[in-house]
Design a protein. Sequence first.
Length: 324
Amino acid sequence: MAILVYIENIEGTFKKSAFEVVSYAKAIADQLSDTVTAISIGQVAEAELTKLGQYGVSKVLDCNQEQLKQFVNKAYASIIAAAAIQEHANVVILSNSFSGKGLAPRLAAKLQAGLADGAISLPSFTANGMEIKKSAFSNKAFATELISSDKKVIALNPNSFELVKSDTQTTISSFSPNLSEQDFNVIVKDIVRATDKISLPEAEIVVSAGRGLKGPENWAMIEELAEVLGAATACSKPVSDAGWRPHSEHVGQTGIVVSPNLYIAIGISGAIQHLAGVSSSKTIVVINKDSEAPFFKVADYGIVGDAFEIVPKLTQAIKALKQQ
């Protein structure tokens, strides 16, 4: 029996969350005295697949048909389920990413497995099964979920488990399960990526701003701070609704949910809908001239003051520090 992990890639390159999932799977495998097998779908170079061995993968199943180059939910779920059956894997782990949120429940149904989505820590094992701590109610609370079924699917929240290297000799083998026409009822014909920007869901640092910026013409200082920090830029819902920033930058309950190591909120009051999308950030810094802003109640660090004075000084201070 092995622990099976599904490894996402973007145009043939594994995302950071992929190695987080592998590190997490390896930690569980060590607890159970098992090994880790990875399933990779899409066209990925052998050199990239070999990197998985650095984090504890002993076997890689490479499924690289041309028709699977773009993500297809039904087909990918069928492939992962087939891999789990072939490898006799009772535990399947994947990232709780945008695609993972669609895959996990479909995969659990195919395997008749219990599902814990939004996992944030390693499970504990009891006489009744596996207990997993997960985020709940749009990241406003935590829940401990018990999976008592023989087969289990775990979707790990990005940025919730650190990368842990564990060099392992890895073998790579081709994997081509039978797929039906129904698996391709819905396909992705094309994806246009903003290649000049850091991916918001994957970002370790996010600089976000709200209506306190007063208008789109003032966003240059936000982008400059983000560039200095190597961060992604984001915004609150009112900002994207007003057309100041694209909807792809909207974080919150109805936008993108993020969990970076550092989230900097500038001129954002902190409505509950926004907090639901950022509350799992490891460190939250708030800059707002309103000392009564709700965001300060959840902030790790807060600065009360005018963003138009503070942000440029902060940017210059970071630049000076990096020059040293």
